[in-house]
Design a protein. Structure first.
Length: 94
């Protein structure tokens, strides 16, 4: 179930600084583009309908596997839904 990052006492630590990478266009009928923020260890995804989502605490190797997936729309469920996620509030590159 989606939750907001600050529910349950989660807080940004002083060491956490946003360092978003470039948007990667994905070949998918469901997902438009995604990027990895190495400072926050987040995958930021924009779906085809323009909806932005954030997946938190994602290791870089999981991001690399997701972005090279042959079916990112399907693999988002397998690879990312196990991490805390919420409706995004970031610059989606439009």
């Amino acid at each position: 179930m989606a939750r907001h990052p600050f529910e349950g006492g989660d807080e940004l630590t002083p060491e956490a600084h946003p360092q978003p990478g470039p948007w990667i266009p994905l070949s998918s009928s469901r997902v438009d583009r995604a990027r990895y923020d190495s400072g926050l260890t987040q995958v930021q995804v924009v779906f085809k309908d323009g909806t932005p989502w954030v997946y938190d605490g994602v290791p870089e190797d999981v991001w690399l596997a997701f972005r090279s997936s042959s079916s990112p729309g399907k693999d988002i469920n397998n690879m990312l839904d196990g991490y805390p996620y919420w409706h995004g509030a970031f610059d989606s590159g439009d």
